[in-house]
Each structure stands twice: as structure tokens, then as C-alpha cells.
Design a protein around this ligand. Sequence first.
Ligand code: MRU
Length: 329
Amino acid sequence: MEVKAFIWSPGELKVLNQLKLPLKEEWLSLKSYKEVAKAIKDMVVRGAPAIGCVAAYGFTLGVKYEEEDPKLVYETLKNTRPTAVNLFWALDRMMKALREGRDIEEEAKRIELEDYETNKKIGEYGATLIPAGAKILTHCNTGALATAGWGTALGIIRSAHYGGKNIFVWVDETRPYLQGARLTAWELLKEGIPHRIITDNTAGFLMQKGKVDAIVVGADRITLRGDVANKIGTYSLAVLAKYHDIPFYVAAPTSSFDPKLERGEDIPIEERSAEEVKNCFGCKIAPEGSDALHLGFDITPADLITAIITEKGIIENPTSEKVKKILDL
Ligand code: MRU
């Protein structure tokens, strides 16, 4: 049975509380746009495409069911997380549907369905790049929990696995939220995909030992020249991959591209609370008096990326020209 991160029914959005996984499978019922905004901000739901889908349903709750001012609903949902462009992409699409007098609930459902179909295509394209028996390293969680289903980078892993490629997955634990250890491992285990969790700082040594054949990660925002914002630690993996001559793949739907930005440096990087670094599951792990820096994402420049895999095809050695072509710009 495939994992779902959220389930819509008229007037209610149920979300699987990702803060509690894998210890507890708790579903929360959200009936207002403010509850949806809080769930996104608190990372009850996370992952760029899932944030976009959930925001679209939040907009539906606010505008159609609560009859609130669309501008207020839009702004509240928009001001939850700054890096994943899918959030703004989905909200803009909802606003457009509203302006054009279309049923916004149907538009939100379309966004969800399209994301699922998109991921299946990314999976098919991506699996062609994965050799049989490959040991794949992945970072954060890019699976069904981070999307409308199947996943982006994890979708490629799923497609390769179900395509009989006999793959193995190294799962970066992904400090400090542990999306890898808690969520990716949970998804892989449910489907019997062979894997092992590693601490983030183990990745380089495994590459040096020849135990990584490919790295596949997702994206929160991709610029026109192909620079990628993704979970903090992605850039370090890309540099290590270059040094060790290992292919470094980014999997993302075209809704994760920001046609307004050329350079990675211009992507806003979310800074979260230092407490999320100094505490782990409610336990203090650092001295009270020490400060911590918690950046949610980093930028991987295009020249470190072997290929970006989208639902419209594979962009090898990304450049502005190639990105614009795939985006029809
Ligand atoms: O902070 P998160 O958990 O929302 O970050 C998620 C990631 O960085 C993912 O790699 C990205 O959103 C792609 S998910 C298909």
C-alpha cells in the first residue's frame, strides 16, 4: 500500500503528522487555512511538492469553505516557508483559477493529481540512468511523504527497484530533522527496498571506498541556470561526488523551477530556530549558553550537477539554454 502524506475530502484536509513518524502514525484533521499554514510552518507536512499541494487545499478551505478574503488567505499560506518555490507556484495557480471563475477545489485536486503523474514520469526517466545493482545515496526525504505520492528522487529509486534493477540505498539521516532516518527509511522499509541509514558525515568515506555508484536528491527551487536549493548538506554531497567522479542527479518537477531567478545566490534560504539543532526529540544535546546556526537549505551550483531529471525529460549538464528549453521559455 502506497504511503500518503495528506488526504482531501470536502472541507477537511487530513495530514499524516511527519513530526511523529516513524514512532507513531498520527493523522491530524485540518479544517481551516490557518491550521494548514501552521502545519506547513511546523513541518507537520514538508517536502516541496507536498507543501504546494497542501497549500492549494489550504487556499480552498480558506476561500471556499471559510469564505475569507482570498488575499489574506494567500498571504498567510505564502508566509510559511520561504525556500520551496512549489508553495508560491501552487498558490499563484489557485489565485489564477479564482480570478478566472473556475472551481478552486477542482484546481487543488488537479495540482495533486498532476504531481503524482509527474513523479511517475520522473521515476521512469531517472531509472534509465541507474545501472543494475547500483548503490544509490540519497539525502532528506523526497518520497511519497514529500509529494502527492511516489516521490521525486525516491520515485527514481522506487522505479529502479520495481524495474528489477536490484538496487541498494544509502540513507543520509539528515540532521537536524532526520527526514532520512525517520521518513525515507520508513518508506523504504514499508516497500522492502534494501537500505541502510548512515550519519551525514559517513557519506564521504563511503564514496572514497567505492561504495556509492550514484547520488540522487530532490530540489526545493531550481534557477534558470540550473543552480539547485535543496536540504542542507546537498552541496557537500555534490562536491564529494565531483571529487570521487560519481554521478550527481537532481530529480524535480518543473514546478520546482523558478523562472524569475537566474542565480542560486538569489534563492531565499530558510533559517530555522537554533533550538531545533540544540535539542533532539525534546532532549537537550548542547549547552544552554551555546548558540547554533540552523540553515534549512544550501545551494548546489549547476556545474556540480550531472543531470536534472524532470517529468519533461533529462537535462544533462544543465545550462540556462537547456533549462529554458525544457520550461518552454
Ligand atoms: O525541510 P524539508 O523537509 O521540507 O526539505 C525537503 C527537501 O529538501 C526535499 O529534498 C525537497 O523538498 C524535495 S521533496 C520531493
